[in-house]
Design a protein around this ligand. Structure first.
Ligand code: BES
Ligand code: MN
Ligand code: ZN
Length: 497
């Protein structure tokens, strides 16, 4: 169940809640509401903080008694760091700390939004708080017998901000629901998310969300000449699907195509992975999940641009029907690909999806894909690689990601590496053969299928999944990219080609 957020003017001393959370900044500087707590405790708060070594650093939390003199039953102090250095991501992380501290109660109240400097927009802070609380309390318990679900159901935000704060909270709740859907989809075992089942889940998610959904089955995929999708899928007993989602508001300003890699399980195919390499490969549809999730909120958020999503869904398996190293596939745009490594499957299905996307002549294209282990080597588990064919568009993507607190970093697409993809028998081969620069050669491969339309590529192989909890990011599928995409299509302006 998602948490409800409500703004109120009731003061911190009187608000009714199981837990009241008030911010404390560096040097034990009391934030809004903390004075009321101090008063209820007879002015002992400073001494107590000092005694236990709580100094208001970011991420710190300290439970203090309520003394029976507050409307709230219990109090927690949230360390925020330097007051003038708190950003929106600091608010999200504080929200997550609050959520974990409040997981055993039903209702919490906080003064956090009004405690921050006026340089931060109130509605944006409220949105970040809702995101932090909702995403920080995320759990995937579907298959847990001894599930200890968070009980937190209601959060009251004590603010003078009124309607704009409430609007920010509502927006944050909506965005978090989308991220939560993506996390659930990624965490779901592959056996429960065949391409057909995932397509159905996407249809269900998008019902009544102001978009149209078209799902192609294997026969239609072949008829549409998507040789990459059909080729990768042919080793699996699970048939592929190709999902196309269209959001077309009246009087749309610009148009953006979103492409997401949807490999529901990546065994590597005949170029089979190691046992360890396969362990997390249910995650290989994170790009498609992020795109589908973003599509679910565009209408509710009143996005003014046309957005079309292209989601190739396949399972990559070895079998007597599987593509072999050396086989040649024909992509939708007519280019032929020699498949020398069947584990470089993402680029094959994306080639078809990008081809289909550029045919519709959008102003810009972006794809999200858990594409290469090499990108994880380069940038680690928390940062996505950003590549593309248009600097203006790349800058827009970077700006959107930075604003929502998703880390991306630009990587080059060096033309001098293009020849590494030359094939003896086909137009291009799917791997470079050499050992190094795998994220870049993968990007160069994708570029072949963009036909000069402004295009950006996010390699999310690292940040799509988290190996441990970190603030509002929870171990497992992260839903990385959902918030960047929403921000990007909201603030979009057509890049010059
Ligand atoms: N899905 C993987 C990439 C991946 C690796 C994602 C690790 C997340 C964590 C992709 O399909 C793949 O197997 N890529 C190969 C490419 C290689 C064969 C050129 C890789 O990175 O090893
Ligand atoms: Mn692979
Ligand atoms: Zn893959």
């Amino acid at each position: 169940m998602s948490i409800t957020f409500r703004a109120t003017k009731t003061d911190a001393g009187r608000v009714k809640a199981d837990l009241l959370a008030v911010p404390v900044f560096s040097g034990r500087a009391l934030g809004a509401g903390a004075a009321a707590v101090d008063e209820a405790l007879g002015g002992t708060l400073a001494g107590f903080m000092e005694e236990v070594g709580f100094d208001g650093s970011p991420g710190e939390a300290l439970a203090v008694p309520a003394g029976g003199r507050l409307g709230a039953k219990a109090v927690v102090l949230l360390g925020m760091g330097e007051r003038d250095q708190v950003g929106l991501d600091g608010v999200r992380n504080a929200g997550a700390t609050l959520a974990r501290r409040a997981s055993k109660v039903q209702s919490a109240a906080t003064t956090l939004v009004d405690a921050l400097p006026d340089s931060l927009d109130r509605a944006a802070v409220a949105q970040a708080l809702a995101e932090g609380v909702a995403l920080g309390s995320y759990q995937f318990l579907k298959y847990k017998g001894d599930a200890k679900a968070s009980k937190l159901a209601r959060v009251t935000v004590i603010t003078q901000g009124g309607a704009s704060v409430q609007a920010g909270l509502d927006r944050g709740a909506r965005v978090s629901d989308a991220v939560t859907w993506a996390r659930d989809a990624v965490n779901e075992p592959s056996a429960a998310k065949s391409p057909a089942a995932l397509a159905d889940a996407i249809r269900k998610l998008l019902r009544g969300k102001g978009v149209t959904v078209k799902v192609l089955d294997r026969t239609q995929i072949l008829r549409e000449r998507m040789g990459g999708v059909a080729g990768v899928a042919q080793g699996s007993d699970q048939e592929p699907r190709f999902v196309q989602v269209t959001y077309a508001p009246a009087g749309a300003r610009g148009s953006i195509a979103l492409v997401g890699k949807g490999v529901v399980f990546d065994s590597g195919g005949l170029s089979i992975k190691t046992a360890g390499g396969m362990e997390t490969m249910k995650t290989d549809m994170s790009g498609a999940a992020a795109v589908a999730a973003a599509m679910s909120v565009l209408s509710d958020l009143g996005v003014k641009n046309k957005v079309v999503a292209y989601l190739p869904l396949v399972e990559n398996m070895p079998s007597g029907h599987a593509i072999r190293p050396g086989d040649v596939l024909t992509i939708r745009n007519g280019k032929t690909v020699e498949v020398l490594n069947t584990d470089a499957e993402g680029r094959l299905i994306l080639a078809d999806a990008l081809s289909l996307a550029y045919e519709a002549k959008p102003d810009a294209i972006i794809d999200l894909a858990t594409l290469t282990g090499a990108c994880v080597v380069a940038l680690g588990e928390k940062v996505a690689g950003l590549m593309g064919n248009n600097d203006e568009w790349i800058t827009q993507v970077r700006g959107a990601a930075d604003r929502v607190g998703e880390s991306v970093w630009p990587l080059p697409l060096p033309q001098e590496y293009r020849k590494l993809l030359d094939s003896e028998v086909a137009d291009v081969k799917n791997v470079s053969g050499g050992g190094y620069g795998g994220a870049l050669t993968a990007g160069l491969f994708l570029k072949e299928f963009t036909n000069g339309v402004p295009w950006a590529h996010l390699d999310i192989a690292g940040p799509a999944r988290a190996s441990s909890d970190d603030g509002y990011v929870v171990k497992g599928g992260t839903g990385f990219g959902v918030r960047t995409l929403i921000e990007l299509v909201t603030t979009f302006s057509k890049p010059s080609s």
